[in-house]
Design a protein around this ligand. Structure first.
Ligand code: SAH
Length: 230
């Protein structure tokens, strides 16, 4: 079984590459892909660059070109739910695209014909995350993640996303990765550690906590890989 691990930014993937130690690097489609074996699991890793388009390209490439059969995403997000604080982990139960809008035709936000407002993450992988969380003595929130091509640093926009999609966290890649994996029948899992509260201080909080939160998420995902390898 080949497992893809992706992030959006270098900070999200470098802790994992450091842990793995040695890997093969391949340049493809304007990006670098890393292949390695960890705890008996064949891995392909990459950071996509930020946003829905780059993350779509990377997820599809990992599956179609590198033969990934399952995908785990590790990264950071802005909190929507007041329960979520910097450093907390959130596992997506389902994801949506908050900036997808053809409501002028009477459709709901996040919907296009032949698509769906939400895409469900894989229940089996979520179960594995629950047992990892229990073993680590960590509280991991399960919730809805909303994705869009915007860094949200505005209380009003964040609250709109929260009420329109019932979202607990927001970011810029999960929803597009979900669409790709769903279309290609690849079980996927999206994990995020909170870096900011998507409010007026978000960019400062993000800069301060990107590295530490990205590491928290990366460590958790690698514990999942260890479990998958057992
Ligand atoms: N500082 C970076 C840009 C970061 S964009 C630069 O200048 O290059 C934010 C990234 O973190 C995206 O990959 C997104 O998925 C996630 N993210 C964290 N907080 C977010 C927020 N408040 N709104 C949207 N995305 C957020």
């Amino acid at each position: 079984m080949k497992l893809a691990i992706m992030g959006a930014m270098p900070e999200e993937i470098s802790p994992i590459l450091e842990k793995i130690g040695s890997y093969k690097t391949t340049e493809y489609a304007g990006n670098k892909y890393y292949e390695a074996t960890y705890c008996g699991v064949d891995l392909v890793l990459a950071y996509s660059k930020i946003g829905k388009v780059f993350s779509t390209l990377t997820a599809a490439t990992m599956i179609e070109h590198f033969g990934a059969e399952k995908l785990l995403f590790s990264g950071v997000a802005g909190a929507v739910s007041p329960d979520l604080k910097v450093g907390d982990l959130v596992v997506a139960t389902k994801l949506s695209q908050h900036d997808l809008d053809i409501t002028a035709f009477g459709h709901p936000y996040g919907y296009v014909p032949e698509g769906s407002v939400y895409v469900d993450a894989d229940k089996g992988l979520i179960e594995i995350s629950k047992s990892v969380a229990a073993e680590m003595g960590l509280h991991v929130k399960e919730g809805i993640i909303a994705t869009g091509d915007q860094f949200v640093a505005n209380e009003e926009r964040k609250n709109w996303i929260g009420s329109t999609f019932n979202a607990d966290a927001l970011e810029m890649e999960g929803g597009s990765v979900a669409v790709v994996c769903n279309a290609l029948n690849i079980p996927f899992f999206i994990l995020r550690a909170i870096s900011d509260a998507a409010d007026m201080d978000a960019s400062f909080s993000f800069d301060e906590f990107l590295e530490s939160s990205a590491k928290i998420s990366a460590e958790f995902v690698m514990k999942m890989v260890e479990k998958i390898g057992k």
